[in-house]
Design a protein around this ligand. Structure first.
Ligand code: PXL
Length: 274
């Protein structure tokens, strides 16, 4: 069985972060490991805003030592990193643990809001993580920030941003247009350093899409671990996350989550008679 690691934040409501990653890894039939960088909490009293509590880099290092005590893993994903020191620690393991399959989800701006969670980490992501990325998966806002281009409005601007992001050393890029991009389709732009592909999916009018970005990157990671090409892993991940959005779950009056098990009808597992 393939082993896959996520280095990410915890979302205790189970939609995004390492919870999304582990659920997705399991759906792909891979064995999930995790190292927690930070813990996100959301306070309904103040309108469900996010609070990020960073974990110490010592604690992150101890988790990574535990993960790699048994040898290398087949693929690694990074998500929300907490702070620059954590980024540095993680990048050390990305360099020394002998997997080429490294997926960087550069979590800077959260879904549904342009709010930047950790502006200070942007330089760290560029300097320490992008050079290790087999593929990096920014959303539209993150691609604008990483490329230094600001707001992106057109496919031509997305293409230019993708090129600039590969200049930092990421080998391939997929920019998620999502609902921020003015289109009636869910458009993602894939770039492998020479070729662009525009991936079209159905755009769902739903608020149950918290965790979509994490789930997409986790699905790519697990696909790579299972031997898919990067492009094939991206295409399958898009289908996987599209189903997860289509069957999203209302969690409370503020937020609804993607259902990570939708693609495989996981809700039907272990039922009497099945
Ligand atoms: O979707 C970005 C994201 C990543 N990681 C964690 C999160 C979120 C958004 O809420 O909570 C842990």
């Amino acid at each position: 069985m393939k082993k896959v690691l996520t280095i990410a934040g915890s979302d205790s409501t189970g939609g995004a972060g390492l919870q999304a990653d582990l659920k997705t890894f399991e759906e792909y039939g891979t064995f999930g490991f995790s190292s927690i960088t930070s813990i996100v909490t959301m306070d309904p009293e103040i309108g469900w805003s996010h609070e990020v509590t960073e974990l110490s880099s010592e604690l992150l290092a101890k988790q990574l030592i535990s993960v790699f005590a048994g040898g290398p893993v087949d693929a690694i994903k990074t998500g929300m990193m907490g702070n620059e020191k954590n980024i540095e620690i993680a990048s050390h393991y990305l360099t020394t643990t002998y997997t080429n399959h490294v997926v960087i989800d550069p979590v800077i701006a959260c879904k549904g809001t342009a709010q930047i969670l950790q502006p200070k980490s942007v330089e760290g992501i560029k300097h320490y993580l992008l050079p290790r990325a087999e593929i990096v998966t920014p959303n539209l806002v993150e691609a604008g920030i990483l490329s230094g281009m600001g707001d992106l409005h057109t496919i031509a601007e997305m293409k230019e941003a993708a090129k600039r992001i590969t200049d930092y050393g990421a080998r391939q890029v997929v920019i998620k247009g999502g609902r921020r991009f003015a289109s009636d389709k869910a458009l993602d732009l894939y770039y492998d350093g020479t070729r662009f592909e525009l991936l079209e999916g159905k755009l769902y009018e739903t608020n149950c899409n918290h965790g979509a970005g994490c789930t997409f990157a986790a699905a790519i990671t697990a696909g790579l671990a299972k031997g898919k090409t990067v492009f094939d892993a991206v295409v399958l991940a898009k289908a996987f996350v599209s189903k997860a959005i289509e069957e999203g779950v209302v969690i409370n009056s503020y937020v609804g989550h993607v259902w990570h098990g939708a693609y495989n009808h996981a809700e039907e597992r272990m039922e009497e008679g099945k």
